[in-house]
Design a binder for this molecule. Structure first.
Ligand code: SAH
Length: 221
């Protein structure tokens, strides 16, 4: 379309997909999603010029949208299917929410900063993403109403795995959560099979803190 303000980003988006691929994500279904979902629409206009960098981007309120290649890794490891119900903790920009929504049946996403949730809702609505419910509140208690979840995605770092997440994970479910100190964490894959809950480290990461009752205290943010 002539004059389409989004058109200028098509080339940059392709370049980002190359970077995601170089980081080791080769799943075509996931790479295609990065082509389909315009990341800039989830970011404040002032940083649109950086929207297709493979980097965390500031979104205000001392928060960042996570690095796309890391999000691709999340999606590859968790592999949500169209039958799956997903719980996301830390909506942030809503970009990962949109990617998850295209892979899963329904996505329930919790964010503690109201302004971010409102902005994410607008971006999701503009792109006609319909299978997402957002809630503003302390996500360290999960979202009991729609549990159990086949997939739980935590986009902020916790000192340990909050028990509510384990309780709200479905049998056969899987969860990714950064666990550790404020400045460095291990990404941990948690699986639930019957009564067995296993935890496996899958890499080193640095996320903003999960702030709330069952994680870091609010004044640590
Ligand atoms: N996937 C998001 C990541 C945003 S950063 C993106 O790419 O945009 C992590 C988010 O977690 C921040 O927006 C932060 O406000 C939120 N957060 C931190 N503690 C939280 C809590 N207890 N409950 C819900 N959200 C929380």
């Amino acid at each position: 379309m002539i004059g389409d303000p989004d058109a200028q980003f098509v080339g940059r988006r392709r370049a980002l997909i190359e970077k995601v691929r170089e980081h080791g994500s080769t799943d075509l279904r996931i790479l295609k999603l990065f082509d389909e979902v315009p990341r800039h629409r989830f970011l404040p206009e002032g940083v649109w010029n950086r929207a297709y960098e493979d980097a965390p981007i500031p979104i205000g309120f001392r928060q960042t949208a996570s690095q796309p290649s890391l999000q691709a890794r999340y999606l590859e490891i968790l592999s949500p299917t169209t039958d799956d119900t997903v719980l996301e903790i830390g909506t942030g920009s809503g970009y990962l929410t949109a990617l998850l929504a295209r892979m899963a049946d329904r996505v329930y996403s919790v964010e503690r900063i109201r302004e971010l949730s409102v902005r994410a809702r607008k971006a999701l609505d503009d792109l006609e993403v319909r299978n997402v419910a957002l809630m503003v509140g302390d996500g360290t208690i999960g979202w009991r109403k729609y549990a159990p979840y086949d997939v739980i995605v935590v986009s902020a770092a916790a000192p340990s795995v909050p028990q509510a997440y384990v309780d709200q994970l479905a049998d056969g479910g899987r969860m990714l959560i950064p666990v550790g100190a404020l400045d460095a964490q291990r990404l941990v894959l948690v699986r639930k099979d019957g009564f067995a809950v296993t935890e496996e480290p899958v890499g080193d990461v640095t996320f903003v803190p999960l702030l709330g009752k069952f994680a870091f205290s609010e004044d640590q943010g």
